[in-house]
Design a protein around this ligand. Sequence first.
Ligand SMILES: *Cc1c(COP(=O)(O)O)cnc(C)c1O
Length: 405
Amino acid sequence: MKKQSAASTEDPNYRLENKYLMTHTSRLEISRSAYRKNIRFIRNQIGSSPIISAVIKGNAYGHGIENIVPIAEEAGIRHFSAFSTDEARRVKNSSRKGSQIMIMGMLHTEDLPWIIENEISFYCFEFDRLKQAIQQAKVMNKVARIHIEVETGFHRTGFEWQEKEALAKLLLNNAEHIQLSGLCTHFAGAESIANYLRVKKQIEQYHTFKNWFVENEINFASYHTACSAASLSFPETIMDMVRIGIVQYGFWPSQETYMSKFPELAAGKKNPLKRLISWKSSIMSIKEVAMGQFVGYGTTYMAPRKMKIALVPIGYCHGFSRMLSNLGRVLINGKRVPVVGNVTMNSISIDVTDLKGVQKGDEVVIIGKQKSNEITVASFSETTQQVNYELLTRLPSDIPRQIVY
Ligand SMILES: *Cc1c(COP(=O)(O)O)cnc(C)c1O
């Protein structure tokens, strides 16, 4: 296959895709225009000044870091949030000069020289890491760009209230080797009203910290707390920067967040978020099964009539959950057709008895649109209790991704 454009040759996944697209059993399409629409929506919600940091942890929520970074940059994003150093490296290798990278979670002490050298900012939520960062910055005669994460009630990571004096002292004493890039926290479930009081308390505690630092003449370059759900449901959490994950990929953080926004959406009430991802495969073979015969492993499905069964070469090793045995649906010839029998490692069996003219090689849509029908990621979640976040990130990174309009 020929490379598609000059820009695409710089993208490692394009090479992967071109080389392997024909040999894989399925592919993921990723829509550039959908991404732009989602960013437009979030920009509309947050106003013109806050920085949007695109959260690309979990292989960009399954979309592929190397795919999303250039698409995001085209849409005006210049700030990326990774969980760990390996992800930050992948952003670095696929981003334009001048884009900023932030690590919110794991880094090894051995990673610090690379991080500091490349001016990547990172969370400090404990003294150990902060001291190591200062030490390394001194050795290199450079500046470590840090975000101080404070404990406001999430109880995962963050400096405690009673640690603030010692923290302030360390920051002031080493001012020449640290840049105070941010003061941050993360909310414990802003996507559900059940957590309303807890989140409200967190917001209050964050401001208590913020004011204390200001009073003690410690000023941060940016203040940031909001994820997607907080940006949509708690507008007071929108400060200098928002860290947007799920919404940029076209999904609501929860059904509840969507419902709470519904009344204020534009006339026509169309969902403003557009799914980027489509997952497609094709029929590998078709066979007839006589009435009374079992289909696939075990005895979970017995043919109630003479049937036509299509085998589709994707299975639980590709992220199509075994929980979808006898429950899942795919689209063939524009029709919604059921998975029959157990999902196996590499394949599913589909009942195509009532489809006219179905043939080996016909396109199968596992996620996405075909003619007037659509299967969304959410419709999976309803049958398996998996949330969007989990299903997306379980899509194996080696399924070829293809960027489409
Ligand atoms: C994952 C994450 C986000 C983004 O969350 P979404 O719900 O996907 O918007 C923001 N901040 C932190 C610290 C995170 O870990």
